[in-house]
Design a binder for this molecule. Structure first.
Ligand code: NAD
Length: 542
């Protein structure tokens, strides 16, 4: 930046549209949904200025109607990944040297494109690819992605503004250099916003990126690519490949120019990536940044003073929205004996009021399909196990059917064992497990919550008793990176609740905050002395 200290537009959260019957946004998104559903999209690799069709393809189908093919994507071979890395490196200097306000303008334009002409497209694509209801698509692929882009631009400008003091005769300055090499972004299926944000946040700070989206999200990832292109992102800054994740990852991590990984996905995959990076450490030109947000086993604990209706709503919304496929979804619940039956009756009533799981095209559906057959089979296995285990009982749902879509009924398992497998294991589906504790064991139960799972992502306490809230906040301080009081544990908003967990849930670099952006820069301190000394001798030597 040579010619002005520029202020970026103040970021505000994108308002959520209602999609109520008769609204223009509802009509528009349904029209786009039908176009996509009945169309056939061919998704190439995006490498430099080229759109590469390798001829080796995989079909894309909506999880709620898996026999309907909506397109296919082309699979990369190792040589394509190498070519993508070469394109990253060839684009690096020009992109890193572009003044920051130009980078900001590109991503602010991308946000405005999503808020306007691409809103129906990105939402409809997310409804198709990930089987999100329109509300879930709107809060993810439209609002959250817009918020990530706008707030990160603001955080970027704040970071650049952070400068050291200077003493007399000296001027100290810090340059926030992008990392030397390329960033590898690996993104999960469950949020279009995360898929867009992981490559974009690193690129915004001047880095070049190799992006590998999840196989189950490529249909909506393509809209992100279209938006970035239309926003004016230069070719080669974000190169996009799909295919065998092991091969792509090996090629990326074997490169001496690998400078950082921006990952969101499951814990085991991240741990394996970390190991591979460790094994290669002597080959890298720079110590790579490792940022990963991973699994969760998110809890709700209700104190005996909590209002049953509020606890029930927190469970229904927290556990079942988007079929429980949010990393923050409530999946283990601790209820006091005195109010447990009332709470569970209310939850059952909520579940009975849902339509049977179905397509998001029918906007009266609250529950749609889980992402793919692998997820469906895994969930069905745990449900069957609960049906036969002595220490577990299914008190709501428990049915599943994959003949048309991967439909799992919202299911509540009641267990007498607080360490029952579904109290500990991340299932990532519309299945919640409940353990009932004796009211007098409240404090002991807090300890149990803390010790039960390897994860520490989100959690919620519900209570009307301030002493109980204080005790829970203290006792549970290490078992959730995002902790909620009298609310469900899901629904973090960019700019308000920076998101991330500790323990096996990730490096807690808080997506949607300046803490995350700082991982993608390597500051250079420049000290300039105005009148340089000309004699080595200090006064004490006299
Ligand atoms: P996943 O781990 O199966 O896949 C994530 C990404 O990793 C995908 O792009 C996938 O292709 C890739 N991948 C899979 N195996 C790989 C391998 N061996 N080497 C390299 N890459 C590989 O996760 P998912 O099913 O897409 O997403 C769900 C998971 O993500 C859950 O565990 C959830 O908790 C987690 N998640 C966490 C957060 C968070 O902020 N903590 C947010 C969203 C999702």
């Amino acid at each position: 930046m040579g010619k002005g200290f520029f202020h970026v537009p103040t970021a505000i959260n994108e308002p959520i549209k209602s999609y109520a019957p008769g609204s223009s946004e509802r009509e528009e998104v349904l029209q786009q949904y039908h176009t996509y559903f009945n169309g056939n999209i061919d998704v190439p690799l995006y490498i430099g200025s080229k759109e590469i069709k390798t001829g080796k393809t995989k079909p894309m189908s909506p999880p709620h109607d898996h026999k309907n093919v909506v397109g296919q994507y082309h699979l990369a071979e190792s040589k394509h990944v190498s070519e993508a890395i070469e394109n990253c490196l060839a684009s690096r200097t020009a992109w890193a040297d572009l003044t920051w306000e130009q980078r900001a303008a590109i991503f602010l334009k991308a946000a405005d494109l999503i808020a306007g002409p691409y809103r129906a497209k990105i939402n409809a694509a997310t409804m198709i690819a990930q089987s999100k209801t329109i509300h879930q698509a709107e809060i993810d692929s439209a609002c959250e992605l817009i918020d990530f882009l706008r707030f990160n631009v603001e955080y970027m400008s704040q970071i650049y503004g952070e400068q050291p003091e200077s003493s007399e005769g000296v001027w100290n300055r810090v340059e926030y250099r992008p990392l030397e090499g390329f960033i590898y972004a690996i993104t999960p299926f469950n949020f279009t916003a995360i898929a867009g944000n992981l490559p974009a946040s690193a690129a915004m700070m001047g880095n070049v990126v190799l992006w590998k989206p999840s196989d189950s999200q490529i249909f909506s990832a393509k809209v992100i690519v279209d938006v970035f292109k239309e926003a004016g992102l230069p070719d080669g800054v974000i190169n996009v490949v799909y295919g065998d994740p092991v091969m792509i990852t090996k090629t990326a991590l074997d490169s001496p120019d690998f400078a950082g990984i921006h990952f969101t996905g499951s814990t085991k995959v991240f741990q394996d990536l970390w190991k591979q990076i460790g094994n290669n450490i002597h080959t890298y030109k720079t110590y790579p940044r490792i940022v990963g947000e991973t699994g969760g086993k998110d809890f709700i604990i209700a104190h005996p003073s909590a209002k049953p209706q509020q606890v029930a709503t927190a469970i229904t919304r927290g556990a079942f929205e988007f079929q429980g496929q949010k990393c923050s979804a409530a999946s283990r619940v601790y209820l006091p004996k005195s109010t447990a039956n009332e709470i569970l009756d209310l939850v059952k009533k909520d579940i009975e009021s849902f339509n049977k799981p179905g397509s998001p095209e029918d906007m009266s559906n609250f529950i749609t399909a889980v992402i793919h057959e692998g997820a469906f089979d895994k969930l069905a296995k745990y449900i069957d196990q609960a049906k036969s285990d002595q220490n577990a009982e299914i008190i709501a749902g428990g049915n599943y059917d994959k003949s048309k879509g991967y439909f799992i009924e919202p299911t509540v398992i009641l267990t007498t064992d607080p360490k029952y497998t579904t109290m500990e294991t991340e299932l990532f589906g519309p299945v919640v497990t409940v353990y009932i504790y004796e009211d007098k064991n409240w404090s002991k139960t807090l300890k149990l919550v803390d010790e039960t799972s390897i994860y520490a992502l989100t959690g919620a306490v519900l209570s009307t008793d301030r002493y109980a809230i204080t005790e829970a906040t203290q006792a549970l301080q290490n078992c959730a990176g995002n902790f909620y009081i009298n609310d469900k544990p899901t629904g973090a908003v960019v700019g308000q609740q920076p998101f991330g967990g500790a323990r096996a849930s990730g490096t807690n670099d808080k997506a949607g905050s300046s803490q995350n952006l700082l991982r993608w820069v390597s500051p250079r301190l420049i000290k300039e002395t105005f009148v340089s000394p000309e004699n080595y001798r200090y006064p004490f030597l006299d």
